[in-house]
Each structure stands twice: as structure tokens, then as C-alpha cells.
Write a protein that binds this ligand. Structure first.
Ligand code: ADP
Ligand code: MG
Length: 251
């Protein structure tokens, strides 16, 4: 598989007036097209920092990042970001929320209105176009948020603990939905989470970071049958052995 994302030996030290914080150190990894990679690690180990660097929101102190062979030098339109809070605008309806990116960006890669309508229908939001976000469940809101991110047609989706505000029951079904949308739209995704089970149920690969300054402690390749959904993976006998290994790594 070809490398879509290449991270070459990046380090980042945050400078403030009073202090310096070395957040991450000598991080290198590649992500192939269509891959789903999770990053787990203790709080403060630099997970969000790595996503911000990939998105071009901040520049590394040293090292280089390439997307599709092109070095990331400022905010990259190749990248779509999804956060813990869905950040939907409450005062406009679902359709307008989904359309907001293409409206602001005028980027020729954006999905057309017809393509967006078809995503809305395909992912169970048909009939809700005129509803306001408050009328939707947490799971539906996250799907709207994902479709809004997909509207800009990013090459890579960055997901920063997108499920942590949901209750545990909703969370499982939303993981399933979001995973299936990402797979059927053939997107490449990087998920940051502190939930080991979530990482195992969704990823092809899991990168484990050490505590600050974050370095790569180990990388797990998960070998589930391709056709399993995140929920089905949880019932696979190897799920528990992955869980135990990851748990041990994080102690
Ligand atoms: P994580 O997402 O793994 O919890 P972060 O990437 O948010 O970790 O932060 C890594 C470290 O860098 C932490 O010690 C945090 O306090 C520090 N940090 C994050 N953002 C900034 C910033 N803008 N300025 C200074 N320090 C920061
Ligand atoms: Mg974080």
C-alpha cells in the first residue's frame, strides 16, 4: 500500500514566556491509504499535539511531515478534524451545518450539494435536513459532524477523542456507525483515544506513546478479519488478548 502520511522524526517543544514544555520527541510513523490508526497514551503524552502537527496548525521544532508526498507547511486542506464536542452550530439546521465548509472554503475538491444530500440519506439523516442540532440524539449529531468534515473531501480524518462525551451505550453504536462511514467512503483515519477497547475495536494499527515527552513505545498490528464491525470485534476471542497486551504496555 502507498504511504499517504509520512511522519519523519518530529519533535515539538512548546515555548511560553515562563517555561518550555517538551511535548513529543523523535516520533516517526507512516500511514497508508485507507488505514485506520489509533494513538493511545497517558494524558499529556502529546496525542493532540501530533494531530495538530499533521493538520499544520502548529509547526514541529524539528522533523518533517508529508501528506501524499507534499510537505505540510501550514494549515492543510488535505486534513479534516473531528473533536470531542461536535461543534455544530445550534442556530442553523442540519443541512446548513453540513454545507458550511464548502460555503466558506470554495475549495474545488469539496463535495457537491448532490453528493452531500446523498451522504445525509445514506447515513440515516434523511428527513432531518431542516431539524436543528438540539432535536438530534448525540449519535446523530456525531454523524452530522462527520459528514460536515467529509464535505471538504479531506484525504485524512483526524479524530480527537470524538466519542468521549457520549454515554457508554451510545458510544458503542456511534463507534460502529462512524467506523462504517469511514470505511465505505474509503477514508484514512487517525483516532486519538484513551479508551483501549475503542482503539482495538476500530483500528488496523495502534501506536502507544510513553508519558511526556511522548515517544513511540510500541506499535500493535491488529489482525482481525476485515469484515468484522467494531462491535463484532469485541466478541472475537483475540480481542481480550490484545486488550491485555495493551493494558500491560500502558501500565
Ligand atoms: P494529550 O493530548 O496526549 O493529552 P497534549 O498534546 O494536549 O497531550 O499536550 C502535551 C503536553 O504539552 C502537555 O504537557 C501539555 O500541557 C503541553 N501543551 C499542550 N498544548 C500546549 C500549549 N499550547 N502551550 C504550552 N504547552 C502545551
Ligand atoms: Mg488531547
Amino acid at each position: 500500500m502507498n504511504k499517504l502520511l509520512e511522519i519523519k522524526n518530529i519533535s515539538l517543544t512548546y515555548q511560553t514566556l515562563k517555561s518550555e514544555t517538551e511535548a513529543i520527541k523523535n516520533i516517526s510513523f507512516d500511514v497508508s491509504k485507507g488505514e485506520f490508526v489509533s494513538i493511545v497514551g497517558p494524558s499529556g503524552s502529546g496525542k493532540t499535539t501530533i494531530l495538530s502537527l499533521i493538520a499544520g496548525l502548529i509547526a514541529p521544532s524539528s522533523g518533517e511531515i508529508f501528506i501524499d508526498g507534499k510537505q505540510v507547511k501550514n494549515v492543510s486542506t488535505d486534513v479534516g478534524y473531528m473533536f470531542q464536542r461536535d461543534n455544530l452550530f445550534e442556530w442553523i439546521n442540519i443541512y446548513q451545518n453540513v454545507l458550511i465548509g464548502p460555503k466558506i472554503n470554495h475549495n474545488k475538491n469539496c463535495l457537491s450539494k448532490i453528493e452531500l444530500k446523498s451522504l445525509i440519506n445514506k447515513y440515516g439523516l434523511g428527513g432531518f435536513e431542516k431539524a436543528k442540532p438540539t432535536e438530534l440524539s448525540g449519535g446523530m449529531r456525531q454523524r452530522v459532524s462527520l459528514i460536515r468534515t467529509l464535505a471538504l473531501n479531506p484525504k485524512i480524518l483526524l479524530l480527537d477523542e470524538p466519542f468521549s462525551a457520549l454515554d457508554s451505550q451510545t458510544r458503542l453504536s456511534v463507534q460502529n456507525n462512524i467506523h462504517s462511514i469511514i470505511k465505505s467512503e474509503h477514508k484514512t483515519a487517525i483516532l486519538v483515544t484513551h479508551d483501549i477497547s475503542e482503539a482495538i475495536s476500530m483500528s488496523n494499527r495502534i501506536i502507544v506513546l510513553t508519558k511526556r515527552p511522548g515517544t513511540i513505545k510500541t506499535i500493535f498490528n491488529l489482525e482481525f478479519n476485515e469484515s468484522l464491525t467494531p462491535l463484532e470485534r469485541r466478541n472475537d476471542p483475540i480481542f481480550n488478548s490484545y486488550f491485555k497486551s495493551l493494558w500491560d504496555e500502558l501500565q
